[in-house]
Design a protein around this ligand. Structure first.
Ligand code: HSE
Length: 448
């Protein structure tokens, strides 16, 4: 029998990394490098060692020993240190020290790995230019959907396939809240409080529940999918705070779940970027992605649909993505940060929401008077909107004090595919007619 070949000895110079920011992800990265160090060295043929760190507090207990690493008070000085071969930015924030340190590293030709979605969403194109000029790799797998390797899939995994739509669950906090509202009948407020107690929500939870966290991630994905400049300010954003138990129940009875989706789509009018609560059919794959999980689906011409699902946040999952970028760079991988050279990025052309076409769920608090329903239906018809169903739910209580004070009925309309501007026009006329109280609830339906 042939003798087993000996493992290749580790001969190459170690890769020395400097980590700025020692929060949950930074501490998890140090821990994983400790436990998996030998396996990593054997895989790469070289060691990955932490040489220096920087954080706000040197003495805070993080559950990892940082006493063996050089300490820098200033992350920019760390980024410029000649003893650092690769700079890892885990500080967070779109400007300030994160931007300064990442730029400084790239300018001197030092590769950078970051988990900072806000930084990328705001300055991604500029940083890609600096990286190209400095001939340095910039990678950011952990910035979008934490542990899911979607950036690598987009940058390297799809060959020449052309993407027509990207959609997904890009915020775990919202998915957790909506899942519990659906499964347990709890209110939005209770779901949010539990998400905060479990540490899922951002420091300012409005960033999650108002949809901006998902918008940042979508803007980065849209750029990679459609080879356009990152256009974070051009994302249409609606959060989940107006979703009620009435919406969850009616949607469920009709065979839908409500998810906060980020959707980027090529249309004849430009590229849509939208983050909003969405009715998805219970039978769709995305509807099965529950709890704090994330998922990103890509529709392409060659591979049809691809869906990646997994943990969108959390120290270990995000640190694993940071490490995967580090290993790629250690192997010498070179990929344009945004998939194509920054000079080849197309300007972003926004498809206006008023021309968005799709089905709509519309919940109204209609006054319980003769002719109300007929008037509502007439206004829909005048705006050329065809109704798939009209449902009156006297069992579902009104949700506002105004509606409580009057005798109102919950009425839900489901439309066939129609244009957003037509829906807005019809709802404005219905409000003028005086047959409803409160703002209508409008939730878009997405078919896959
Ligand atoms: N707060 C985010 C979420 C995690 O709930 O998905 C990091 O992006």
């Amino acid at each position: 029998m042939q003798a087993q070949r000996e493992k290749r000895p580790v001969v190459n110079r170690p890769l020395r990394i400097g980590i700025a920011g020692l929060g949950t992800v930074g501490a998890a990265l140090i821990r994983i490098l400790e436990t998996d160090g030998k396996a990593i060295a054997s895989k790469l043929g070289r060691e990955v060692v932490v040489s220096a760190v920087s954080a706000r507090s040197r003495s805070r207990d993080r559950g990892v020993d940082i006493s063996g690493f050089d300490w820098f008070d200033d992350p920019v000085a760390l980024a410029k240190s000649p003893d650092v071969d690769l700079f890892v930015e885990l500080i967070g924030g779109e400007d300030g020290p994160a931007f300064a340190a990442v730029s400084a590293a790239l300018e001197r030709g030092c590769p950078v790995v970051t988990a900072n979605k806000a930084l990328l969403a705001r300055h991604g194109v500029k940083l890609a230019q600096i990286a190209e000029k400095g001939d340095a790799q910039l990678s950011f797998e952990a910035a979008v959907a934490g542990g899911i390797p979607v950036i690598k899939t987009l940058r390297e995994g799809l060959g020449s396939a052309s993407i027509t739509r990207v959609y997904g669950i890009m915020n775990g906090t919202c998915n957790y809240i909506l899942t519990r509202m659906g499964n347990e009948g709890i209110s939005f407020d209770t779901g949010l409080k539990d998400a905060q107690d479990l540490g899922y929500a951002e420091a300012d939870p409005s960033f999650d529940i108002d949809g901006y966290d998902a918008a940042h991630k979508l803007a980065i994905l849209t750029s990679l999918c459609f080879e356009t400049e990152i256009a974070t300010d051009q994302v249409f954003v609606e959060g989940i705070s107006r979703i009620t138990q009435a919406d969850i129940k009616v949607a469920a009875d009709l065979g839908f779940k409500i998810k906060l989706l980020g959707i980027g789509r090529r249309t004849p009018d430009g590229i849509e970027q939208r983050v909003h609560p969405t009715l998805v059919r219970k039978t769709s794959a995305i509807a099965g992605v529950d709890g704090v999980l994330n998922a990103v689906a890509l529709e392409t011409n060659h591979v049809q649909e691809l869906m990646l699902a997994g943990p969108g946040a959390g120290g270990d999952a995000s640190a694993a993505s940071v490490l995967s970028d580090i290993l790629d760079i250690a192997r010498g991988a070179r990929v344009p940060p945004l998939g194509v050279p920054s000079s080849a990025l197309l300007p972003y052309t926004r498809a206006p929401m008023r021309v968005h076409e799709g089905g709509y769920y519309i919940r109204l608090n209609a006054r319980d008077v003769p002719g109300a329903l007929a008037a509502i239906a007439t206004r829909m018809g005048e705006s050329n909107i065809s109704l798939e169903s009209v449902i009156q739910r006297p069992d579902l209580r009104a949700v506002s004090p105004e509606a409580e004070a009057e005798s109102t009925r919950t009425v839900v309309l489901i439309t066939h595919d129609t244009i957003e501007s037509a829906v807005r026009e019809a709802l404005a006329k219905i409000a003028e007619d005086g047959f409803i109280v409160d703002e209508p609830q409008l939730i878009r339906i997405e078919e896959f």
